[in-house]
Ligand binder design. Structure first.
Ligand code: TPP
Ligand code: MG
Length: 586
């Protein structure tokens, strides 16, 4: 800091009283509604964390600020994402310099690629030690952490290394959060231990662009529908506002328009929608895939909050003659220059506005104009044609388990599928959204082992939710060390035990036909997952191949005293349920 800056600081701080940069950071976290920060302490963050109380079940911090939930960095990086998906609230996580920063940042990739606002807090080593080979050197001579983070998140890394600008930078970070983008706050102890020039913290609020021409968009859509078939694609943005299910059903019924959905987009639809044809692409349903394959120049496609990512459209573009796309994100993942135009083969129009407003506008316009579009027949009850084979003896039929569970989810269930067979097979088997349960997977980053952090985040943000997670025995290895800290949260965790990187094993014959088993590298050592969980303070059960004990296990968990519960499920890695079109892209 220059002498002149120092004088400005002294003068302005003098007026407002001495509040350090650290306290300013905490005030801003508070202003963003952040009650818990997850992660691990260490040299670079001891000072910052000394301002925080430890999280404990049931309590709130005496001083009202955020509390620290101790959880290994890899899982901690997913905690804000689980909290956001469960509640729509912004969350935060923290790690120290070095490997800790890299571990935390695995979740950051998914926050970016799923357009989730979340705060990642990491320190840098002291600038005065830059040439002195400090431990966990984060300068350009060391792991170059800030440049690496900025490379992934251009404009989203806020280095808090100057008492004069700390609060301005925090306010800028808040504006990015309001645009559904994650931010990294980089702590520099020398600056933050000093008084900061104050700026009153503001809650992060999105600008609702009143200029967005929703009515014009709706009118042009209705005009384009005349005499043509209309197909609707529901995407994950729909899951982010109340009432999207009822609104999409109403629109489908008014238009007689079939609807398909992405993995998370299902949460913006209703099971009872007669025009719901199912998931497309990864884990897709036969009827939905047929409909999507048939889409051509004569059709009108309405895309509601969906991104044409690989697991939704398998690297293909929108094939309709006219594509109308609504998104609430002004520069969301997958857009180019604020638009998805580059992904449409035919004519294209996009409106960027809150999706509840767009849906209301569309419904109003369709009700008023009653377009003469070609109406489709409702969907059949079963959206699949293919009949999967049963598993080998001694294994649970995974399809049967998913269907049985589908009949049991209590109200207010939030579920997460890890990067394992469940994120492919659940959509295929369950076909439609559940009235009591929302299921999410962070498939764009596809980071194995994300569900412990996601489940912790959901429980911390919404303790009354029933939180369930599905993981593979391979994924489990990435978070097993964090089970102890999560033991008191009441999470229900199914571990799919197939002694295999099963989803890879299933894909290899398509990717390299005839590849020798010894060169697949998919075998895993079988472990006693139930014993591991018990040793970490969890309840644990094992399902029998006939699922005779399933109901008792579920009842015991939901009636129980709030301990987390691991359920081992012996499954067959070769039982083929959902399709994996990505195997054809490799
Ligand atoms: C951290 C990470 N490593 C590797 C991969 C590649 N990968 C994707 S799925 C998978 C296998 C998952 O195995 P498991 O957790 O046992 O689940 P299963 O498919 O057997 O149900 C692998 C190795 C990945 N996505 N993420
Ligand atoms: Mg496995």
């Amino acid at each position: 800091m220059s002498r002149a800056d120092g004088a400005v600081l002294a003068e302005r701080v003098g007026r407002a009283g001495a509040r350090t940069g650290y306290q300013a950071v905490l005030d801003w976290l508070n202003a963003w509604g952040i009650e818990t920060v997850s992660g691990v302490t260490g040299g670079g963050v001891i000072h910052f964390l000394s301002h925080m109380e430890a999280w404990d079940a049931g309590g709130v911090a005496a001083g009202g600020g955020p509390r620290l939930f101790n959880l290994g960095e890899y899982s901690a990086g997913f905690v804000p994402l689980g909290g956001f998906l469960a509640t729509g609230k912004v969350g935060a996580c923290v790690a120290t310099t070095g490997a800790a920063t890299k571990l935390l940042a695995c979740g950051l990739s998914d926050a970016k690629m799923h357009d989730i606002p979340a705060v990642y807090i990491v320190p840098v080593s002291a600038r005065r030690n830059e040439a002195l080979c400090p431990l966990q050197d984060s300068s350009s001579r060391g792991n170059n952490a800030v440049a690496a983070l900025e490379a992934e998140l251009p404009g989203g890394v806020f280095v808090l290394d100057d008492p004069v600008s700390v609060e301005w930078r925090l306010s800028e970070a808040g504006r990015r959060l309001a645009r559904s983008k994650p931010v990294v706050l980089v702590l520099e102890h020398g600056a933050l231990a000093r008084p900061a020039v104050p700026l009153a913290p503001q809650p992060a609020e999105a600008d609702d662009d009143p200029e967005a021409d929703v009515d014009g968009f709706a009118a042009r859509f209705v005009r384009a529908c005349e005499g043509r078939r209309v197909v609707i694609l529901a995407g994950e943005e729909l899951a982010r506002f109340e009432g999207s299910g009822a609104a999409t059903t109403r629109l489908c019924e008014l238009l007689g328009a079939p609807m398909v959905w992405s993995l998370n987009g299902a949460n913006g639809t209703e099971r009872g929608n007669p025009y719901g044809f199912g998931y497309i692409s990864f884990g897709g349903n036969d009827r939905a895939l047929q409909l999507w394959r048939d889409l051509g120049p004569d059709d009108v496609l309405l895309v509601l909050g969906a991104c044409p990512d690989e697991y939704t459209v398998s690297l293909q573009d929108f094939a309709a003659g006219d594509t109308f796309l609504a998104t609430a994100l002004d520069d969301g993942y997958g857009q180019h220059g604020g638009s998805f135009r580059h992904r449409a083969r035919g004519r294209f129009e996009q409106v960027t506005a809150p999706l509840d407003r767009v849906l209301r506008g569309l419904i109003r316009m369709v009700e008023r104009r009653r377009p003469g579009n070609v109406r489709s027949a409702p969907a059949p009850a079963d959206l699949n044609v293919r009949r999967p084979e049963p598993p080998s003896p001694g294994c649970v039929d995974f399809a049967d388990l998913l269907r049985r569970l589908d009949g049991r989810w209590p109200e207010n269930t939030v579920g997460f599928d890890d990067v394992c067979l469940s994120y492919k097979d659940r959509p295929f088997v369950t076909q439609r959204a559940h009235p009591n349960a929302r299921f999410f997977s962070l498939y764009r980053g596809s980071a194995m082992g994300n569900v412990l952090g996601l489940a912790c985040g959901a429980k911390l943000a919404s303790p009354r939710s029933h939180v369930v997670a599905f993981t593979g025995d391979g994924c489990f290895r990435l978070f097993a060390g964090g089970l102890g800290e999560a033991s008191g949260l009441g999470i229900l965790l199914f571990v799919l035990d197939n002694a295999s990187y099963g989803i890879v094993e299933q894909g290899v014959p398509t990717i390299i036909p005839g590849l020798d088993r010894a060169r697949r590298h998919t075998d895993l050592v079988r472990l006693d997952y139930a014993a591991m969980a018990r040793a970490c303070g969890w309840e644990a059960s094992e399902l029998t191949p006939g699922l005779e004990t399933l109901d008792a296990v579920l009842d015991a968990h939901w009636r129980g005293g709030g301990r987390s519960h691991l359920v081992r499920v012996p499954i067959d890695p070769t039982q083929l349920l959902g399709a994996n079109p990505r195997a054809h892209n490799l």
